[in-house]
Design a protein around this ligand. Sequence first.
Ligand code: GDP
Ligand code: CA
Length: 304
Amino acid sequence: MITVLSGGVGAARLIRSLNLVMDPRDITAVVNVGDDVLLHGLTICPDLDTISYTLAGLNNDELGWGLAGETWRVMQELRHLGGAAWFALGDRDLATHLYRTQRINEGATKTEVTRELCEHWGVLTRLLPVTNDTIATTFDTEIGPLGFQEYFVQHHHDVVVHAITVQGAKTSTPTHEVRSALEASSRIIIAPSNPLISIDPILQVGDVRELLASRRDDVVAVSPIINGAALKGPADRLMRELGHSATSVGVADFYQGLAGTLVIDEADRELAAQIESRGMKVHVTTTVMANPDHARRLAQVVLA
Ligand code: GDP
Ligand code: CA
């Protein structure tokens, strides 16, 4: 069994790649819930949904989020009413959030609801929210404090960030399923997800950071930064704004003490020596999972 620390899109792509070369049932994803939001009374878990939709083959490739073949009638009506329609929820997608919310109101945990949804969609990889406690990633920005989706969606991650705080992380605990996965996996992979807002909120839950550090020799991280830039989203910008180098070396420093190996892209080959000098092993390969051949190769490298 292997475990993948996961945000949304970057993780979904890596897990889909791993599914090409190994039994999906031998993969556990420990997923960030710091982006989760309560909207219209509904519990929405964007990273869990991105991964399960992608693995089920239901993801919307044009949008890069949500479900394929989506319609927007509810949002249109809500907009006409003057309701809060800035966070787009498709008609099909809404069913997921309605179901999750119903089950949570009946007393189910996020872990249980995630299992039920995955069973329904035929997703064989085990997806585990890192915690069933409520945590919330928030931003201290040039225009004041913002919640995750306010920063990301309402402001298109286009405001200067001074600090990121994961509310509730200190008093949260990983689920026992997460703890066992981190203890028992032969390998732990840190997906090429945003280090600051996808992976760090996972590390901040209870003693997850210490657990990971104790497994350092078996931990392989894939850099989401290629040639100084993120493929998508604000990872590079946030790294710079918060005093990190927005390069694979910056990613290596961020995972210092946690990951024994970093996989970087061919484009960053000349950074390998600098990363090795920090006591980390380096593998250089094509890390952009743009086609099945590249995806399979990256999966083989992280498992090798
Ligand atoms: P989000 O929660 O949906 O924003 O997604 P993640 O945090 O999981 O992933 C965002 C990161 O994924 C960005 O920093 C991208 O650079 C990275 N990413 C997306 N696709 C790829 C890929 O094919 N290869 C690599 N190396 N990184 C990727
Ligand atoms: Ca996310």
